[in-house]
Write a protein that binds this ligand. Structure first.
Ligand SMILES: [Mn+2]
Length: 314
C-alpha cells in the first residue's frame, strides 16, 4: 500500500493497537511510543503493549507503554505491526493470528514472503522504522513535539549504532537534525544506550573476545558465548546482544562478523554484521531460516556449542 492509503486507514480507525516484535529493541520500543503519543493527539484510542520493562531499559523515553502478558483485542479497528513483517516475529502472535483483525505492517526489513497475507508499508532503504514513522506522523497532521522527537531519534540512533552503520544515509542525518531541532536530546539517548554499560555486559564482552576466532579465507571473525558462559556469568540472556555491533566497528581485519550465542541449551542465536555494502547478509541469514537487512541479519538454529573446540554442531 502507498503512504496515502496508509494514512487514510489510520485516520479512519478509532481504536488502534500497536505491536512490536519479540524482544523489542530501541527502534521497536521507540516506534511504539512515537505512534502512541502521535495518535493520542488525534484523540484515537490506542493500546500498545509490550512484555519488557521499558523503564529500566529505556529510562529516558516517555513512559507511555504498558507491560502486559495478554493483548485485549476487544473492539479493535486496526492493528499496526511495527519493526517486523511476519506475525511469528511479533509479540502477541498467538492472540493476533487467532482473531481476524485488520492489520498493517510498517517496517524497514525487506519482505521476502508475506505468509500472513497482511497489508504492508515497507521502506527497505529506511535506517529505522522511526525514519518511516517521521513522515507518516507528519502526513497524519501531528506536530512532532519534544517527546515524539526523542522517540524517533532513539530508533535512528539504536538501529544505526549511533550513525556508524552503513545504513546511515543523508536522509537519516537530515532527519536526525530535524529531530534535534524539535527538541530531541541526542547526548542523553547515546549515553543511556551505549556508554553506561553495567559490569555484567563487559564481562560478557570479555567472554566473547576470549572466544573470538578469525577465518582469513572469508575475512570473517566469529565469537561465541555458550550456555555454560551465560550460566557462569549469571547473566540475563536478553543482554547477550550488541557484541556483533561492537566487533564489526572495531575489528580491522573482519569484513563480516558473526556472533553465536547459545541462549538456551540447544538453541543458538546468530547475529551477522558487515561493513561491506556489496555483501548481502540477509541472504546468508535466510539459509538458516532467519532474515534481516543487507548489513545486519540474524537467525536461530538448534544446536550446541562445544567449549573445548568452539565447534558448532547444528
Ligand atoms: Mn528496526
Amino acid at each position: 500500500m502507498n503512504k496515502t492509503e496508509l494514512v487514510k486507514k489510520i485516520l479512519a480507525a478509532h481504536k488502534i493497537a500497536v505491536v512490536s516484535h519479540k524482544k523489542p529493541d530501541g527502534d521497536a520500543v521507540s516506534s511504539l511510543m512515537a505512534l502512541v503519543l502521535s495518535l493520542h493527539k488525534l484523540n484515537k484510542e490506542i493500546i500498545a503493549y509490550t512484555k519488557i520493562d521499558i523503564s529500566s531499559q529505556f529510562p529516558f523515553l516517555p513512559g507511555v507503554l504498558f507491560t502486559k502478558d495478554k493483548l485485549d483485542a476487544r473492539n479493535i479497528d486496526l492493528v499496526i505491526l511495527l519493526d517486523h513483517n511476519v506475525l511469528v516475529r511479533g509479540e502477541f502472535q498467538e492472540e493476533l493470528s487467532k482473531r481476524k483483525l485488520p492489520m498493517i505492517i510498517i517496517d524497514h526489513h525487506p519482505l521476502t514472503v508475506n505468509p500472513d497475507g497482511l497489508l504492508y508499508y515497507i521502506d527497505e532503504k529506511a535506517a529505522a522504522t522511526t525514519e518511516i514513522l517521521f513522515e507518516i506522523i507528519g502526513l497524519l497532521g501531528v506536530k512532532i513535539d519534544k517527546q515524539i522527537a526523542t522517540c524517533l531519534l532513539t530508533g535512528l540512533v539504536t538501529d544505526t549504532n549511533s550513525f556508524q552503520n552503513q545504513n546511515t544515509t543523508l536522509k537519516t542525518l537530515k532527519l536526525a537534525s530535524d529531530l534535534l531541532n524539535n527538541g530531541a536530546n541526542l547526548s542523553k539517548i547515546i549515553n543511556s544506550t551505549y556508554k553506561e554499560k553495567p559490569l555484567s555486559d563487559w564481562k560478557l564482552m570479555g567472554r566473547a573476545l576470549k572466544n573470538l576466532k578469525y577465518i582469513k579465507k572469508y575475512n570473517m571473525a566469529y565469537a561465541f558465548i555458550s550456555n555454560r558462559d551465560l550460566e557462569e556469568l549469571n547473566i540475563d540472556k536478553e543482554k547477550a546482544s550488541g557484541i556483533s555491533n561492537y566487533l564489526i566497528l572495531s575489528l580491522k581485519e573482519a569484513k563480516i562478523v558473526l556472533t553465536l550465542i547459545e541462549e538456551e541449551a540447544g538453541v543458538i542465536k546468530g547475529s551477522l554484521r558487515t561493513r561491506d555494502a556489496s555483501i548481502n547478509l540477509n541472504k546468508v541469514a535466510e539459509i538458516f531460516g532467519g532474515g534481516g537487512h543487507r548489513g545486519a541479519s540474524g537467525f536461530v538454529v538448534s544446536g550446541k556449542i562445544s567449549h573445548q573446540t568452539g565447534e558448532i554442531k547444528y
